[in-house]
Design a protein around this ligand. Sequence first.
Ligand SMILES: [Fe+2]
Ligand SMILES: [Fe+2]
Length: 566
Amino acid sequence: MAKEKEVQLLSAALKKAHRELKAFKWLAKACGSYTDLNNLLDKFMNLITKIMRVEGGSLLLLQDNKLYFKVAKGEKAHKLKEIVLEPGEGIVGYAAKTGSPILVNDVKNDPVWTPRIDEITGFKTKSVLAVPLKVKEKIIGAVEVVNPIGAQFTTQDLDMLTSLSSQVAMGIENVRLLGEASERFSEINALFDVSRIITSSLAQETLLTSIMKSATRMLEVEAISLLLIDEATNELVFRVVLGEKSSEIKEFRIPINESSIAGWVAKNGKPLIVNDVAKDLRFNSRYSKKIEFKTKSILCVPLKIGERIIGVAEAINKLGDASFTVADEGLFSTVANQIAMATENTKLNQDLRDLFFSTVRSLVTAIEAKDPYTKGHSERVTDYTLFLARALNLQEEEIEILHLAGLLHDIGKIGVMEGVLGKKEKLTEEDWKAIKQHPVTGAKILEPVKPMARIIPYILHHHERYDGKGYPDGLKGEDIPFYSRMIAIGDTFDAMTSDRPYRKGLPVYVALDEIKKNTGIQFDPRLAEIFVKEYKKKMSSHPIPSPTMPEAGCLGRQVGEGSRER
Ligand SMILES: [Fe+2]
Ligand SMILES: [Fe+2]
């Protein structure tokens, strides 16, 4: 008989332990994935009251130094919502004020207890277990459970409530951070017309080039160029160059104070016709000689916004050895006005674009601050991805989209608890689940920000693998969005080459080899091949110190693990 009793007790204890374990598992997952605070807290209190077998329980949050009942469970619980407590008032108030857990099995004999709450609700409290809710050392509220059914509270109950509550406190903090991020994005949404920012500066560029092209035809000249004043250095910088040797000419910067025709026009703000440059002292032959271009005649007009000179436009060598006329000068001056306006617009758009990207960057930096090991990660991933984009000769518009997607690819990490991100030990299955949620969370954050819609798929799928073994959707091969496949390479390359809490970064050569080895497995074969080839080329033109061999532990890791998000 005694044996039977023992077995019964043991089986009850096992069942209890199992229930508790399940509760912990659920909570760990919920705290990483819930975005709605009320929903999370409600589910949490349902769980607590069920596994602790109590008549009721509530969760209170501190706001403006008052305690508000956010969730209350049990008979008469709805009446609690009308009550506001001072910190220190009653047993739960005591926990919230002192930051210490408290166990009272007979409230009537406890000096901290106050009958006020029962008087309002009509509930009969007998025993209370209350623990504070803390985020780092800051108290944000408290949780209490009352009247265990057919038993007394024990210190084990207290320990369990304490650890469950510390989990939920992190969940509350995560929801708050998520809310903050969404709010910041809504601000960005209100401030910037993102699609316009991406397309208009490029459209302006095309407009400038087409104006210049038609000027070349109208004036019947060999070459034409647009130079803008760089106020910081007082130089003329080539912005658009059409004609022979244009790419070489673009590299030049002409100091305004140095003798040259363009410099003279920029300084004096007046048009100038020089039909035989050899006879004009202002002509500077240095640039033409350098590129072996024979300059014979020049028509140069200033670009003005009101009275301000912003640059010059130059037409070179009238075709058929003809001379520039006053009519040409009038025509080119009209074109110059158009160009000046278009340039000014482009500059405004460019400023807006820069402001937009720096706002996004500051938001990303704030998120990365959660985990010192990923500091600068998004920026570096963007650099690698854009490096690949340039190697692929992608259009500027595509590059802008990739730029944004690269910066924001890990925005969802704000929903991964700090405890997991900074962990040095091996990650548990639950930790992995929380981490794998970040692309989905990222997509959720950006969803309400309409202009960001186009980058959402690239963020959502940046952890898919070419062989279909990635997450969140297990997409395979070309089903994975092209830009996601590009980001995946930049992401893994940075993850492998930078230091992490559990290992040192791999040398670049080793990381490139890893990418090569995983071609067609983790990465798009064509993209991976181009990345590795171009990166090696870049390294040989800018040699880096010869690589040191990594520690054995580094080599032993899977490349997939290298991209473990921290
Ligand atoms: Fe990621
Ligand atoms: Fe990443």
